[in-house]
Design a protein around this ligand. Structure first.
Ligand code: PA5
Length: 410
């Protein structure tokens, strides 16, 4: 399903220790690889989607970071690239508001009809100031339009804590829980990603099937059969050789937001001040997004001739779309893209820049589910290699605390 070539990238002789690292990851009691079996959530999500089918023209997700990037990626990868502009589409238009720039908020209002809009408020903690502020705003607007909040809002949040629990309980606003042991950036395969996905017609069963196949690899103690461990081993070995940045470069328009999703996962999970023993280590791999072929014309010069401090992870999709011929040429766009991708790989290799190409046959639910699980579980292993906690985010929390402190003085 997903393959890559280990080439001479090194794995830092970690392959003998797979059992040890697997135990270390498991001892963190994180739920990212178990939630994909949560039958109740899956069936609740499907019933909700069935119940509201045809009722809304627009769905607006209010959320940020891990509460937004997964669904943005799902929409872009699995739906028409211009779904919201398709006149004949029966699927509600999905808008994800992952910023508080007032332009974004007011200009969204120009394209939605409040009476036909469902707001999905997503916040693991239920206290993120940006999301709570957005909720207050749209809730007030809904009140002005005399809308029943039960019909126009859904919450996806902590089962007990946070700002959204009270209105959920008191006003009976439908809500879904994010399991306590699943952090925001690991939550795409919980209701966080699954509910909006189901509402726009993505097959969540297939998504989870793909994730389970990769989960089997993650739990496999044989190095050759454990792609997440292989990937993490390469990233770590290259980090130790000074490749402190990872460029993720899909050669597929539909996967460009996958690189955004991964940027958060890698940055927040591995960028840490302290190791497990409390020693200051200031480690991290800087994630960089690139898109083939577009960024060959923006970043490739740097990649080939600039500092040799990056590992390149290219993503290739064997069957992108039906062959699209370029008129009067013995060439198709598909072929041209492949030729350019091969040229990039050759140039990088020639310049001694470590690179690997991850191949998938096509972009579908199964493969996307597998990709999410591959990168999540590789990140979990990486955390253990670095001897840090990949599942906390004290740096993000600090900035949230400082924002709240300032707000409390107003
Ligand atoms: O991964 C994380 O934990 C963070 O990036 C969160 O996703 C982000 O800060 C939003 O938090 P919350 O879902 O609690 O509103």
């Amino acid at each position: 399903m997903i393959q890559f070539d280990l080439k001479n990238l090194g794995t830092d002789n970690l392959n003998g220790d797979i059992d040890k690292y697997l135990k270390a990851v498991k001892s963190r009691e994180q739920g990212f690889y178990e939630i994909i079996d949560d039958k109740k959530t899956i069936s609740d999500v499907k019933s909700f989607a069935k119940k509201v089918r045809g009722k809304y023209s627009d769905i607006v997700v209010l959320g940020i970071g891990g509460s937004a990037l997964g669904i943005i990626c799902l929409q872009q990868s699995l739906k028409h690239l211009f779904e919201n502009e398709l006149k004949k589409s029966k699927i509600p238009k999905l808008h994800v508001l992952d910023n508080i720039d007032p332009n974004l908020i007011t200009e969204l209002e120009d394209v939605i009809d409040y009476k036909k809009t469902l707001f999905i408020v997503i916040s693991k903690s239920g206290c993120t100031p940006e999301t709570v502020a957005q909720y207050f705003y749209f809730r007030a607007k809904a009140n002005t339009h005399k809308l029943d909040p039960k019909k126009h809002f859904v919450f996806i949040t902590d089962p007990k804590e946070g700002f959204l629990r009270q209105p959920a309980n008191e006003e009976k606003i439908p809500s879904f829980a994010i399991p306590e042991n699943v952090g925001g950036r690991f939550s795409v395969l919980t209701a966080v990603g699954l509910l909006p996905a189901a509402l726009i017609g993505i097959n969540i069963d297939k998504l989870l099937t793909g994730a389970r196949v990769m989960r089997d690899q993650f739990l496999n103690k044989n190095f050759k059969k454990n792609l997440p461990f292989q990937l993490a081993s390469i990233q770590y070995a290259q980090y130790k050789k000074g490749k402190t940045m990872n460029v993720l470069m899909p050669y597929a328009q539909k996967l460009s937001r996958f690189a955004d999703w991964y940027r958060q996962l890698l940055a927040e999970s591995i960028g840490k001040k302290f190791d497990n023993n409390g020693k200051v280590v200031n480690v991290g791999i800087t994630p960089i997004n690139a898109l083939g072929v577009t960024d060959q014309h923006s970043q490739l010069q740097l990649y080939n001739e600039g500092p040799n401090d990056k590992l390149f992870i290219l993503m290739e999709v064997e069957k992108l779309a039906p062959e699209l011929k370029i008129p009067n040429q013995k060439l198709s766009f598909n072929k041209l893209l492949k030729i350019e991708q091969a040229a990039t790989t050759q140039a990088l290799t020639k310049n001694n820049r470590p690179n690997l190409t991850m191949k998938i046959y096509t972009i579908n639910e199964e493969n996307l589910g597998a990709l999410f699980m591959l990168f999540e579980s590789a990140t979990a292993f990486l955390g253990e290699f670095f001897n840090i906690n990949a599942f906390d985010q004290p740096g993000v929390e600090l900035s949230k605390e400082l924002t709240k402190k300032t707000l409390s003085r107003l």
